[in-house]
Design a protein around this ligand. Structure first.
Ligand code: SF4
Length: 504
């Protein structure tokens, strides 16, 4: 019931696999819990904040090495992990005193940090600790600090998606409208559902700033706690990941009348359309078109170099939720690869519907596959590469399938025109890595040939290409810097006053 194959002319509405169901107990799911969705996905990218989990230390596992949402304050939120470290005795006798001591200790240890988020976990929820009351007591005693509480224990919902919803609504209810951010432009947006994975946010901000737009807040990558309290002052919510953050956009519309505009930073065509839409909303189409023309001219020859070499490669597109449909069509169109399977870990049926509509006929769509199912699919379909998280990714490596981390990336950013080329570059490197030549040799039985030289990527990728393509002077490999983010983040732009005025 949770897997279908896309047949010719299939009525997708009746062929959708079940989605967003409770995981079957005993199976090894790849999902995260609702606490994980609230904290690790949405809360923690906020940069100037002490993020404290009220629960056992184990709940904070998914922090240091797994996330790559960088920030411009020396990655404070990635470097430090805080937990109240509940033990059995606290489960029996309560842990509110422990929590209060922990909050104060954390503020003492980092005196320049005046903002904190506290996340409930299964253990503190089950014993009924009143975290909101403790936070209020501390704010009374320490008037210069502000604390946000998110009550989203792991068991609250089938997957991390339940936590996305809870923290969206809690932030809107408790914090939006409590801070007045300075407005410096006639065009003011909240950039919502963007988590600054390896600098995605810096790239997109650069485009917006070149259009004269003030990005009042980013929810939440590289986002500032106080800027996010001021979200109510924006003119437009520009929404990137609809799966994780449409809730706050919709409620900002209801409560403050701010419209929602869905965009897509992945792929030349979707990104160009997105910049045009934002430009159209404010009446600043010309600066948007200038960016599109300039960036396309700069990066398209490099994208096409990879497209020639990736044509027909088989991909299992197995991300978490929205990348399923953000990528399914455009990687085929712009990189030439064929999507032979799609899956979601925490997506809802709408995500599956959009993903299936955009992938190739014959593709296998599956919701929340277990580890054994994932293995079975890879062995049957024999993909050239899979895009997924690190848990199924490590399994793929064991059966010699190349894998790219769809959540945290390899050499991101992957958003923006240059980012999209970097994604193609990562796919190329993974598929044509010469290591695969050796990986398929069973050294317990087979001889490693010593009479041949080392095979390079180009020897592998160019073997069947025409001479015209190989010697093309238009096409070229990626020529950007190894770390391209500082150039985007530190670029200077004309002040708003110096930019074209919107058409009334
Ligand atoms: S399911 Fe509960 S105990 Fe497990 S990580 Fe999530 S919050 Fe912690």
């Amino acid at each position: 019931m949770h897997a279908v194959i896309k047949g010719p002319g299939e009525d997708l509405t009746s062929a959708l696999p079940l989605g967003y169901q409770n995981t079957i107990p005993g199976s090894i799911t790849e999902r995260g819990c609702a606490y994980c969705g609230a904290k690790h996905v949405i809360g923690t990218p906020m940069k100037d904040v002490i993020h404290l989990s009220h629960g056992p230390i184990g709940c904070t596992y998914d922090t240091w090495q797994t996330k790559r949402y960088i920030s411009d304050n020396d990655n404070f939120q990635l470097k430090y992990t805080f937990a109240s470290d509940m033990q059995e005795k606290h489960v029996v006798f309560g842990a509110t005193k422990l929590l209060k001591d922990n909050i104060k200790e954390a503020f003492r240890a980092f005196p320049h940090m005046k903002r904190m988020t506290i996340y409930q976990t299964c253990a503190s929820a089950l014993i009924g600790d009143d975290i909101n009351a403790i936070a209020a007591e501390v704010m009374e005693e320490m008037p210069d600090v502000d604390i946000f509480v998110c009550n989203s224990p792991g068991f609250k919902g089938p997957s991390q998606s339940g936590g996305h919803h809870t923290i969206n609504i809690a932030w809107l209810k408790d914090k939006v409208g409590t801070f007045e951010t300075e407005i410096t432009s006639d065009y003011v947006i909240n950039y919502v559902g963007e988590y600054n994975i390896q600098g995605d946010q810096d790239v997109m901000h650069n485009y917006f700033r070149r259009m004269g737009i003030q990005v009042l807040s980013t929810f939440t990558g590289n986002g500032s706690y106080d800027d996010l309290r001021g979200m109510h002052r924006a003119h437009l919510n520009v929404l990137e990941c609809a799966r994780s953050a449409e809730y706050i956009c919709n409620e900002l519309g209801v409560k403050y009348g701010i419209p929602r505009l869905d965009i897509d930073g992945f792929g030349f065509e979707p990104l160009s359309n997105s910049l045009r839409k934002v430009g159209l909303f404010f009446g600043i189409e010309d600066p948007a078109q200038a960016i599109i023309d300039e960036e396309t001219a700069r990066w398209k020859p490099e994208l096409d170099w990879y497209k020639e070499r990736l044509k027909g490669k088989k991909v299992c597109l197995w991300p978490g939720g929205s990348k399923l449909w953000h990528w399914a069509h455009v990687i085929h169109e712009e990189m030439g690869v064929d999507v032979i399977s799609v899956y979601t870990k925490f997506g809802h049926q709408q995500d599956m519907e959009k993903g299936i509509a955009r992938c190739e006929e014959g593709a296998l769509a599956i919701d929340d596959p277990k580890e054994l199912e994932g293995l079975e699919i890879m062995l049957k379909l024999k993909p050239d590469i899979i895009f997924t998280g690190k848990r199924p990714g490590e399994v793929a490596k064991k059966i010699r399938v190349s894998y790219l981390n769809a959540h945290a990336y390899h050499n991101g950013p992957w958003k923006g025109y240059e980012g999209w080329v970097r994604f193609a570059h990562d796919i190329y490197n993974a598929i044509y890595s010469p290591i695969h030549q050796l990986a398929f040799v069973d050294i317990s039985k087979e001889e490693i040939p010593t009479d041949k030289g080392f095979v390079t990527q180009r020897m592998l990728s160019d073997a069947t290409l025409s001479e015209d393509v190989v010697s093309s002077t238009r096409l070229r490999r990626y020529t950007g810097k190894y770390d391209c983010v500082p150039d985007y983040a530190n670029a200077t732009h004309p002040s708003f006053e110096g930019l074209p005025v919107a058409v009334e």
